[in-house]
Write a protein that binds this ligand. Structure first.
Ligand code: FES
Length: 105
């Protein structure tokens, strides 16, 4: 689980995303932040917390347990330690592989 720079032309790719511990899965296009892709999928009423949707408030913070994401903003509201531990902000995190995220509840 790492973060990296976005690939040159990722827009057409669609990855699989899984939410733990609920086991919900959804398609995660490379062109959408994970939060937006999850919302579009519906997820049987499972709602991911969010507020600012720009990587500042940390309401959406969760743990990336597998896969990789990329950010298009210079520095999302995560400390270096949090990034190293795998925490992501799905409102601004774009998948670059299949991913699994663990919600904080
Ligand atoms: S909703 Fe504010 S950081 Fe994601």
């Amino acid at each position: 689980m790492t973060t990296q720079s976005p690939p040159a032309n990722p827009e057409g790719r669609v990855f699989n995303a899984r939410i733990e511990p609920s086991g919900h899965t959804f398609e995660a296009p490379a062109s959408l932040p994970l939060l937006q892709a999850a919302e579009q999928a519906g997820l049987d009423g499972l709602r991911l917390d969010s507020s600012c949707r720009n990587g500042a408030c940390r309401t959406c913070i969760c743990l990336l347990t597998s896969g990789q994401v990329a950010y298009r903003i210079e520095w999302p509201g995560l400390s270096l330690d949090e990034k190293r531990e795998g925490y992501i902000l799905p409102c601004v995190a774009y998948p670059v592989s299949d991913v699994a995220i663990q919600l904080p509840f």
